[in-house]
Design a binder for this molecule. Structure first.
Ligand code: SF4
Length: 346
């Protein structure tokens, strides 16, 4: 844990008169969580380390913190998502130190192929460099649009694996800054515009069109596999930012109206082996949209998203990404705080 972040966390906890806190971390930040716990304990605050798996801000352990009698939750690695939190929660995002401009400079030729008016997006790790990236690109003659996004994201231009609201602006193409395929492939499918991913670590630039084709082909194969299924398990999650009960009920109604059977199944971490005992022919995950898309190979039964069910029932023709959208940003968000200014190496 970066010293500055620890000191800021301590200051916030002192403001809250906190005597006991729960510290939640993704697997990659376990050591930082331990260091923070030690630091807080030496400053008179009891710290409990949460050992559960955590993939995102959609899964804060505020309920557990309350059950333990903790005064606050510290959630490491992710930025603030608007949720109804049961204890004051300090989100400590992890910002990368890599400079994004050299990779943009190297790939200017490719970026120009997006057109003059481009949408610029990134993940929380590089968000603190988005304005620098914008200034660099504008100097090179681009009109750069950074969408403000909805309440599910913390900053303009930020995207999540389940939310691309900040990419939905009137641009010719989307420029994503960040590593890996997880986010840019989602943007490309959701926004349906040419998308270029520039990786600031490797300096590479990758067009998403082939990846999108491949992904959609695989998803159509899942839909085809589920076509004759009669009994559907509609899987929802207890995770606060993934619980989509109204959407799950809508899917149940649609399936039943179209002659299929459907039942709700509640899980915490959604995984196929835990479902083996059920006799459903197919599943629909109405929780994190990445589960059916990124994990389907581990499922013995077909597993779909809600828009894919609509395609299966003949209610929709075009492929749509299953996003979890937020609301217009609310001004009064008293329980969550993000340490926006803190930077630490990944
Ligand atoms: S719902 Fe899935 S993609 Fe969205 S923030 Fe949570 S883990 Fe990430």
């Amino acid at each position: 844990m970066h010293d500055v972040a620890s000191v800021e966390v301590l200051k916030l906890l002192r403001d809250l008169h906190a005597q006991c806190v729960l510290i939640q971390s993704p697997e990659g930040l376990r050591r930082e969580a331990e260091d923070l716990a030690f630091f807080l304990e030496t400053n008179g605050i009891e710290a409990i380390l949460h050992g559960g798996i955590n993939y995102g801000a959609c899964d804060p352990a505020d309920t557990e913190a309350k059950r333990l009698g903790c005064d606050a939750l510290i959630h490491l690695g992710h930025s603030y998502m608007t949720l109804h939190l049961e204890v004051p929660t300090i989100f400590v995002p992890a910002f990368a130190r890599v400079d994004v401009v050299p990779a943009l400079e190297k790939n200017l030729g490719e970026i120009k192929k997006l057109g003059k008016r481009i949408s610029l997006v990134t993940t929380a790790q590089h968000i603190h460099q988005l304005e620098r990236a914008r200034a660099f690109l504008e100097e090179k003659g681009f009109e750069v649009l950074i969408g403000k996004g909805d309440s599910r994201v913390s900053w303009p231009g930020q995207i999540l694996g389940c939310n691309f609201s900040s990419a939905k602006v009137n641009a010719e193409g989307v420029l994503f800054i960040g590593a890996g395929y997880f986010h840019p492939i989602g943007v490309a499918v959701a926004v349906k515009k040419p998308t270029l991913a520039v990786n600031p670590y490797s300096g590479d630039a990758i067009w998403m069109d082939k990846e999108v084709e491949r992904l959609i082909r695989k998803r159509w194969a899942q839909i085809a596999k589920a076509m004759d299924s009669r009994r559907f398990g509609i899987v929802i999650s207890t995770k606060k930012g993934q619980l989509r009960l109204a959407e799950a009920r809508r899917i149940i109604t649609l399936l039943r109206k179209n002659g299929r059977e459907a039942e709700l199944v509640l899980m915490d971490n959604i995984n196929y082996p835990a479902l083996e005992g059920f006799s459903f022919d197919a599943y629909v995950v109405v929780a994190c949209p990445r589960v059916p898309i990124d994990d389907y190979e581990n499922w013995r039964k077909p597993v779909l998203t809600p828009p894919e069910v609509e395609i299966l029932l003949g209610l929709r023709e075009d492929y749509e990404f299953d996003e979890i959208l937020g609301a217009e940003r609310e001004k009064d968000e008293p329980l969550g705080v993000s340490l926006h200014g803190i930077r630490r190496p990944l």
